[in-house]
Design a protein around this ligand. Structure first.
Ligand code: FES
Length: 200
């Protein structure tokens, strides 16, 4: 196995070639917050909570650590003032959309009791965990994205979901906003309740 050495928060870290900065940092005991990441899934890079600063030859930039591969000699900083400020803003925006378990914990981490931004009913955060889990791990493709821009949403494909979801439901606990379970209970976006055998 080919290994590379890089520096993360002042620590020399040796890791296998091909690992991401997030994996290398975690291996070194350095915590980086994530929301759309799951070790079982391909990198997605949607939430940007895992931003870190990389520098090489004096040039610095921010990258999503869950999607950026570790490189030989790279210098990485995971918690600069700028990064904390950006993460705090991301968490505050997310809290306006939903304030459930993982987001509450992130709010506490960044000293946020509530969001300055206007909220409403909890909404899907479009992290894609359910969609990707269903496609990549279960190979079922029952949950999927529909729409574009602010109309983008997640749905259960009703013809498949009536047979596959009642015996699986593994995507439900992955949802950080808690909205997937409501969608499931609603009967897959307006379709009959799970187990009703009415078909669509
Ligand atoms: S965890 Fe890296 S972008 Fe979401």
């Amino acid at each position: 196995m080919e290994t590379i050495t890089l520096e993360i928060d002042g620590k020399k870290v040796e890791t296998a070639k091909g690992t991401t900065l997030l994996q290398a940092a975690r291996k070194a005991g350095i915590d980086i917050p994530t929301l759309c990441h799951d070790d079982r899934l391909a990198p997605y890079g949607a939430c940007r909570l895992c931003l870190v600063e990389i520098s090489r030859n004096g040039r610095k930039r921010l990258v999503a650590s869950c999607a950026y591969q570790a490189e030989e000699g790279l210098v990485v900083r995971t918690e600069t003032e700028k990064i904390v400020r950006i993460r705090r803003m991301i968490v505050e925006l997310l809290l306006a959309v939903s304030a459930t378990g993982p987001l509450q914990a992130l709010g506490q981490k960044y000293g946020l009791k509530e969001s300055r931004f206007k909220g409403g009913q909890p909404k899907c955060l479009l992290c894609g965990l359910c969609v990707r889990y269903c496609a990549e791990v279960k190979k079922n493709n029952v949950t999927c994205f529909v729409g574009r821009g602010i109309e983008r949403d997640v749905v259960f494909l009703s013809d498949l979901s009536h047979t596959l979801c009642p015996v699986c439901r593994e995507c439900l606990p992955l949802c950080p906003s808690g909205t997937l379970y409501s969608l499931y209970l609603k009967g897959y976006n307006g379709a009959p309740e799970p187990g009703s055998n009415k078909g669509v």
